[in-house]
Design a protein around this ligand. Structure first.
Ligand code: PXP
Length: 238
């Protein structure tokens, strides 16, 4: 299972002081040196952490795969078409939220997502949709022309009760199987950490995980390189 590291929290620390450090672009290089196979950053409409300069430089510096996470607006699509990330992950965005709170609602505005995906594809940018593991989302994602489904694992991560967790995991597992049977690439992310990631090693359809908070948090104590290496070690099943 591959690891993409989300470097937004590095920019959050920078913005807390309005300074020029720490720099998420340098963090991206360290993550790649440690073995990460992708770098993710979310350019939010309010630019609360990652900014336009960051995504421009990340595009230049990232040698593995640069995944630009964004909301589906004209402004963001224009930026993506200029920056040319390897992948765009479309997510919902709500001004009041601390972090992305759930998957996209494809039923509403299906044509908006389809048009956005067509435009991004015209620039050879792959598109992933951040979705809840609900079976109806698979057909909708196919109809929109998405290449990848990123399963929202936030609900799983937040469940404390063991039985509910197991239920959610089995939902994620059968969703992954169904989606990959119809040709979708399946990834997962949100709230995954060094403790709750283990069951995902038993879901072979999930090719990659996107992790930010837990890795950057651990990096404060161990250094970023070690934090990334520790996660990669878990993902490789060693
Ligand atoms: N995937 C998506 C689509 C996200 O929005 C986020 C959070 O920015 C993540 C993965 C990573 O979540 P976390 O920071 O909880 O690891």
């Amino acid at each position: 299972m591959k690891l993409s590291v989300n470097v937004d929290h590095i920019a959050t620390v920078r913005e807390a002081r309005g300074e020029i450090e720490p720099d998420p672009v340098i963090a991206a290089g360290i993550c790649e040196l440690a073995g990460a196979e992708g770098i993710v950053s979310h350019l939010r409409e309010d630019r609360r952490h990652i900014n336009d300069r960051d995504v421009r430089l990340l595009r230049e510096v990232v040698k593995t795969k640069f995944d630009l996470e964004m909301v589906t607006t004209e402004e963001m699509i224009k930026i993506a078409c200029e920056i040319l990330p390897d992948l765009v992950t479309l997510v919902p965005e709500n001004r009041e939220e601390l972090t992305t709170e759930g998957g996209l609602n494809l039923n509403q505005n299906k044509s908006k997502y389809k048009d956005a995906i067509d435009e991004l594809h015209s620039k050879d940018i792959e598109v992933s949709l951040f979705l809840e593991p609900e079976p109806k989302n698979i057909d909708l994602a196919l109809e929109c022309g998405a290449d990848i489904i990123e399963i929202h694992t936030g609900k799983y991560a937040n469940l404390i009760d063991e039985k509910s967790r197991i239920n959610e995991l089995s939902k994620i597992s059968s969703f992954s199987q169904m989606a990959s049977e119809v040709g979708m690439i399946v990834t997962a992310g949100h709230g995954l950490n060094y403790q709750n990631i283990f069951p995902f090693l038993n879901i072979p359809e999930i090719r990659e995980v996107s992790i930010g908070h837990s890795i950057i948090s651990r990096a404060l104590f161990t250094g970023l390189q070690k934090a990334v290496e520790d996660m990669i070690k878990i993902l490789s099943g060693k």
